[in-house]
Design a protein around this ligand. Structure first.
Ligand SMILES: [Zn+2]
Length: 136
């Protein structure tokens, strides 16, 4: 079991207990901080891009999403975050690969209609079990 806390900041934290991770930020944190914390989890706390010599989880590239809050170029609006070429919250291709192959990534999100079908089937089973039990 490990507890990993980002920097010594009190307004942002990512935590892992074994393989279960969580991230939370205070509303006083920079507007890209939650994405930064989730990126730590998805990259397994290895930045993989312009790695800081003293901290393997943070990048020395201020444009990178995983640069520490002290040097990161923080966008003032979400619209400033764009595809490659942006100066804000960039994710290097090697980081994209790590995130997509993370144990926390899923290749597919279930479609809403399959969730409805599954729920309907479960409700029918419950209905029939209750009806059978009531008939006894
Ligand atoms: Zn961080």
């Amino acid at each position: 079991m490990s507890l990993l806390i980002d920097s010594s900041a009190s307004n942002r934290v990512h935590t892992c207990f074994g393989s279960r991770c969580a991230a939370w930020v205070a509303n006083s944190a920079a507007n890209d901080t939650f994405a930064h914390e989730v990126a730590h989890i998805l990259t397994n706390f290895l930045v993989l891009w312009d790695q800081s010599s003293s901290d393997p989880s943070h990048s020395t590239d201020p444009a990178n999403l995983l640069a520490s809050g002290g040097i990161r170029s923080v966008p003032s609006t979400v619209a400033q975050i764009t595809a490659p070429g942006s100066t804000f919250d960039r994710i290097a291709p090697i980081q994209v690969t790590a995130m997509l192959t993370s144990e926390y990534s899923q290749s597919e999100v279930p479609e809403p209609d399959s969730a409805i079908l599954l729920t309907s089937g479960a409700l029918l089973i419950i209905y029939f079990v209750r009806a059978k039990t009531a008939a006894r």
